[in-house]
Design a binder for this molecule. Sequence first.
Ligand code: NDP
Length: 295
Amino acid sequence: MTAQLIDGKEIATKVYDEIKAEVAELKAKHGIVPGLATVLVGENPASQAYVSSKQKRCTEVGFHSIGEHLPADTPQAELEALVQRLNEDPSIHGILVQLPLPSHLDEERVLSLISLEKDVDGFHPINIGRLSMKGREPLFVPCTPAGCIELLDRSGIPIEGAEAVVLGRSNIVGLPVAMLLLHRNATVTICHSRTKDLPATCRGADILVAAVGRPEMVKADWVKPGAAVIDVGINRVDDPTRPRGYRLTGDVDFEAVKEVAGHITPVPGGVGLMTIAMLMQNTLNGAKRAAGLID
Ligand code: NDP
């Protein structure tokens, strides 16, 4: 292997340790305990698992947490009333509505009701709008994209001036990652399903972020020697040799690409571990901002 492994577990552990230390200081000096509310509607098992790991992390880092679990047939008005109550609750600094919501609910309307100051998922249209404007700063940045940048920064990979290629333009990953890279003065190309020559475009990248949801799509000859490759993809592929009958793989052909890249994230063990770490960081920042300790 020539590439240096970007170890998401090691970096996320560092982030959690730093947050724990800051929470202890906030409590001791200012009597503040950061608070996160999670809102889950329905019984989607994956969403239940995500929410419970977020709450577990809250406990570990010393946050206060509230877990609201509503039935799948909850009317829009009831969900909106809950969000309003949490907006007004001074012990809560972050509100996370777990997506996707059941199809009868208007997701965009619910997300836009979350107070801008508590939008720790970073999906409020104003936060996304600020992220897309030069010279403006969102109060919160979406967690998975923020995790990608954190991995680059903590691995000492320069962003300013780099040629960055982002594969994927979704609202939750591709687009915000591209905007963050642009904010940091990379030259950014965004690719999607209509891009004509993906391999050639990718070969120009010093930083290649793959967020397409296609198992092992990025091949070794798509990658510039020495490039930093950040693999956001989490795909299940059948594998009868595994007890569960499947394994998880990224959007990058890891085994081949690691022989060409300079840095690479594994799947699992890379970006996936950073998402909740960034959620905790956002919640801590929300608490500090509410107390006037940061802008
Ligand atoms: P979406 O399906 O919303 O978006 C996929 C994007 O990839 C689209 O922009 C699509 O283009 C593009 N795309 C799809 N197929 C191709 C192709 N063959 N060639 C070029 N572009 C293509 O996915 P998400 O952004 O939500 O997620 C991407 C991956 O990241 C998934 O594997 C997901 O599981 C993972 N993920 C991981 C997270 C984590 O680590 N915590 C969090 C969120 C997601 P177009 O716009 O033209 O349709």
